[in-house]
Write a protein that binds this ligand. Structure first.
Ligand code: NAP
Length: 249
């Protein structure tokens, strides 16, 4: 276990479950103080908070819908109040709403774009104001391999993730001169609540296409986030790091 995040202040959106939970725990394990953002699952968020506090770190959960600009602003200001500053922001909150194009409802389209893409923008805009003042910061955005390759039945989700990648590349150019980096992790198939509802044939076909022969774990993703959030990654910006066991090869 490295302690490369000692004293660093971190906000993780969607930190109550799955990949975000694992990111919060990993960064805390490496020494960070953490604010855990969540939407509706207060009990799950509080259990992450208890675990992180037992490591001796400062930690609080804050409820917010990242898709709502006012909520996102409030989440970022609360995180700064609680932690004193924000060194690292991990935009991880995300949802799916799968349907084939002709059956895609306006509601499914709008909800996925609003949460994943607009939510990431809302959080980044609020946090960047703070980081610009400090002339230092790190954003790590969670996209998906389907944002690079596309996926049948996920036009809304894939478009939201491709949008996140373009948002990262643009803001990396804007913010670089102020020592703020923006990078993206593109996970492949990871076992969480999000993928638990997929039927067995879909899961088997994913597994058969993964050269490393297994599904990803939330920890596989968290370790890559920790690297991009660390001082060791100071000269990396605007990049997409695929963490997928080779699925997209
Ligand atoms: P998950 O287990 O379903 O967890 C989703 C998290 O996002 C929860 O913490 C949830 O909070 C939060 N969230 C959802 N809507 C929100 C909103 N409107 N405002 C604030 N928070 C919200 O999902 P996961 O699998 O860990 O996915 C995490 C990220 O990785 C997502 O961006 C997802 O697209 C991406 N990803 C996942 C996979 C995969 O295979 N699992 C692959 C590629 C990319 P509550 O607990 O309060 O509901």
């Amino acid at each position: 276990m490295g302690m490369s995040m000692t004293g660093k202040t971190v906000l993780v959106t969607g930190g109550s479950r799955g990949i975000g939970r694992s990111i919060a725990l990993e960064l805390a394990d490496q020494g960070a103080n953490v604010v855990v953002g969540y939407h509706v699952n207060g009990a799950a968020a509080e259990s992450v908070v208890e675990t992180i506090r037992s490591m001796g770190r400062t930690c609080e959960a804050v409820q917010a819908d990242v898709g709502d600009p006012g909520d996102a602003e409030r989440l970022v200001s609360r995180a700064i109040e609680i932690l004193g500053s924000l060194d690292v922001v991990v935009c991880n909150a995300g949802v799916t709403g799968d349907a084939l194009l002709v059956r895609m409802t306006d509601e499914k389209w709008n909800n996925v774009i609003r949460t994943n893409l607009t939510g990431t923008f809302n959080i980044m805009r609020a946090a960047a104001r703070h980081m610009l003042g400090k002339r230092k910061g790190r954003f790590v955005l969670i996209a998906s391999v389907v944002g690079l390759s596309g996926n049948a039945g996920q036009a809304n989700y894939a478009a939201s993730k491709a949008g996140i990648i373009a948002l990262a590349r643009s803001t990396a150019k804007e913010l670089g001169s102020r020592n703020i980096t923006v990078n993206v992790i593109a996970p492949g198939f990871v076992e969480t609540d999000m993928t638990a509802t997929l039927d067995n044939t879909v899961v088997s076909s994913y597994l058969a296409s993964i050269p490393l022969g297994r599904a990803g774990t939330p920890r596989d993703i968290a370790k890559a986030v920790a690297y991009l959030a660390s001082d060791d990654a100071a000269y990396i910006t605007g990049q997409v790091l695929t963490v997928d066991g080779g699925l997209s090869l």
